[in-house]
Design a protein around this ligand. Structure first.
Ligand SMILES: [Zn+2]
Ligand SMILES: [Zn+2]
Length: 72
């Protein structure tokens, strides 16, 4: 059995976490195309939703850190 995860685009700034949580899920879905955080202008990172490690190649089908398969 392979684990399932998804790639999520997040801001590394902890101060922004609260503001991100207040966004609707529709708004958060749009974040996938964001390059910079709209709250602090830092560059967004893509990470694995299962282990939280940063994914540097968004073309990966599996997380290189925990082996979870990414769903599109
Ligand atoms: Zn931010
Ligand atoms: Zn992972």
């Amino acid at each position: 059995m392979e684990n399932k995860a998804h790639k999520e685009k997040v801001c590394q700034e902890h101060d922004c976490a609260e503001q991100w949580q207040e966004l609707t899920s529709e708004a958060r879905d749009q974040c996938a195309s964001f390059i910079y955080c709209p709250f602090c202008a830092n560059e967004m990172i893509t990470r694995c939703s299962a282990c939280g490690e940063g994914i540097h190649d968004t073309g990966f089908n599996f997380c290189p850190y925990c082996g979870s398969g990414f769903e599109e």
